[in-house]
Structure formats: structure tokens, C-alpha cells
Write a protein that binds this ligand. Sequence first.
Ligand SMILES: [Cu+2]
Length: 485
Amino acid sequence: MNGSQKTRRDFFTDAVAASGLLLAGCSRSAGPKGAGSEETAPGGPADLTLRIGPVLADIAKGHTISTLGYNGTVPGPLIRFREGVPATVDLFNDTDTPELVHWHGQIVPASVDGAAEEKSLEVPAHGHLRYRLTPQPAGARFVHTHVMSMSDMNRGTYTGQFALVYIEPKNNPGTYDREVFLATHEFEPFFGAEEMAEGDVDPETARKTKEFQQKQEKPNGWEIGYQRFTINGKSLGSGEPVRVKEGQRVLFHILNGSATENIQLALPGHRFQIVALDGNPVPQPQSVDVLELGTAERISAVVEMKNPGVWILGTPMDDDRQNGMGIVVEYATRTGAPRWVKPPRSAWDYTLFGQNRSVPPPDETISLVFGKINGGIGGFNRWTINGASFDETAEPRKLQKGKRYRLVFDNQTDDAHPIHLHRNSFELIKVSGKPTAGVLKDVVLVKGFWKVEVDVTPAMDGLTLFHCHQQLHMDYGFKLLFNVV
Ligand SMILES: [Cu+2]
């Protein structure tokens, strides 16, 4: 390592000083100085202030988009909490509609989790909401809007209302030289008829399915496409590069902040050593060439900088990269056009990072079968769990706190679904036939016709939402409500 190695705290302080990033949960007197925090609610300054409002974001040279965001930037400011240290949160809403601010991946009470189905507190239109939050567990988390978009792509996760949240662990030796936070997002969505090719289903399997037969009768409904792709709010080549030095170990925390897209990322000439998934340290860190992130997933990975040059960290999908999905990684003293080299073909495999051991048997197994009812041309597909779309009048399904449940995700569609459980982490037990243990996540990408089994021991009582994190799927029925008692 270089002689100039700094402590994590030094880097953090530098980062705050350099970019006005927002410090939270560390000291009340320090007070966040983010944009829009001038207004102080009754009771004194909060540890964190988020102001929801219109943002004009220059995502590429000569290209400004109008969207909604947090504190005037897209993505919102990096938010740092300390594990278990309560923070006062002020939410201001400068828009005409109520908003929901969801603390994705945190184990917090339903009242502050930020989901309508859980009866969480709303941020009223042109109003204010204050509460206390005890951030947990440690690691890379995420905050985003949880409103339904339905057919309105100016709402929900299509907007710029998202930000990385990092919860500092109580103890962390940290064998890296610096941290880099990256969040991907697509802008300028449009409805299209094209089916996504992400399911990786072999045609023989597909032909035998009910869905295939159904498709003969009624074709697939709308899918979403995008014109602009960004990392940290900038299209490839439009923002500041990630500046590195030879010999550094850089810890990347990467968030897929997309409304609907599951993505891959690679950095030519370098490998990613995966140390945490969804913020939770993995039992078996392993190196891979290509990252895969379903919507809302996070990956923490160390990259050893030992191939000096100017490189593109980006998606292997040529069209999407040309439309902006990438960021330049530039070694000190190196200049020239950034290089892209197609990565080796590699299949993402969650079980690489797990343990090979038996797990305790569950107290109860719950089978959840995912289905699709085609919407036809110009319509919206409907999504079902165990044959039914979400029904807000239905009694939530009861779970008992402390009991170990095995949830079996049985995807009988050819789409890949990033499946999310609120207010809990679950343990991967079996992924498409491969047993594993010890990998804790809050989103798992269940590919077409896959079966994935996870174990969860509900951590906190109250309403707990389960859904597909693909906004269009969630909006059109792919949700289920649990009540932990
Ligand atoms: Cu889905």
C-alpha cells in the first residue's frame, strides 16, 4: 500500500469536504449542511434532512433532465449513519403529492419504513415529517421513494428519488485504501413492446410452459425502455472519473438504483473481490469478472488497482453503455481515451459466496408461486403470487416473530424478478437447485423459471411488505403483505 494511506475516517471527512456530502447520525452539533437544510423544524436541527423536490440534473453534456430528487441532486446525497445510534430525520416534501421515503434494507419499525401497505407515515404534499430512526444493520443500504407509479413514469423509482445509505459498523478494520460509492439509474423511460431478454431461458423449457401457451392467446403487455443511462447521475464520459493510484485497494459500494432494469457491470483488466451483498458480509469472498445486480441490489467489492490506464467501468451491453451506463476509472498520470474490453462470459452465481453446510430445518415452509397474466398489446401485464394479484382488502398473512420460515420463490414466468422483503434480511438456502448457506440479502434476483429458497426469522413485529422490486411488476399486482406478530 502507498505510504499515504489514510484512515477510513480521513477519507470520509475528505469526501464530505470535497463534495458537500451529507453527514448524518454522528453528531448533532455537527448538523448536516446539505442543500435545503436551512429550514429547521420545531425541536432544533435534525441529524438528517431530506427535501423532496424538483431537480434539474445535467446528466450529460448539453443534456438536462427534469425530475424529482432529494436535496437538489440526483442521486441524493450519500447518507452515513452509525449502526444502532438513533438519528432524527426531517423529511420535507416540496411536491404536490404525498411521498413515502423507504429505508431499504434496514430493520426498522413499519411506521418509519416508508411503505403505504405497512401504514407507514407519509410526507404530506408541501409538508414535513420528523421521526427518530435507529439505523441497522451495518453496511450498504439505500433510500428511495415507495409510491406507486402505475402508468405515470414521472413518479416512483423512475425519478431521481434515491440515494445510497451507508451504516457504519460498530467495528470494522477495513482492509482497503478508499471507498467509492456508485449508483446506477436510467432516465427518460418509454413504453415499448419488446420483451426483456434477461430471463436466460432455453427455448425448449419455455415452450413447455403455461406462459408460452397463454402467449399464443394474448401477447405480452408493455415493457419499459430508457434513452439515458447513468452512474452517479452522469452518463459515461460526462462526470468526473474515479481517480485511483496504482497499488490501491478500492472498495466499491455499488447500488442498482433502477426502477426496472437488472444490470451487469465490468471493469476491464480488473477483478472484483466480492466482500458483501446487500451490505451484509459474505462468508466466502470470491473474485469475479462481471457483477450482476437486480434492481435495488447492492454489491460491495474490493478492486486491486494494478493495471494502470484509463478504463471504462460499465455494462457489457454495448447499446446501454453507449447510451451512458458507465464511468471512467483513471489512474494517476494516465491520460487518453478510456478503454473498454469485452469481459469474459460469466454467469453470476450467488452460491459462490456461500458456505457448504447444512442449515437448521425451518419451522414452516411457505411456497410462493409467481405468475403472469399477459396484458396484450398496449396493456399492462398483471402479476400474481399463488394465483392472486395484491388485494389491499385481504387479511395480511401472519408470521410469528422468532420462528424460522422457509420461503420458496417459484418463478413460473420467463421474466427475472428482483424479489424484496422489507424490514428483514433473509438467508439464501437454495438457488436454482444449488444449496448454499450464510449469504444474507434483502433482494434476490429470481431468473425465469428458477426456484429460490430463502430462510427468514422475522426480526421485528408489524406489517412487512414483500414484493418484486421491478416497479412495473410491483404496481401491477406483484406484492404480498405479511403481519409479524
Ligand atoms: Cu418482477
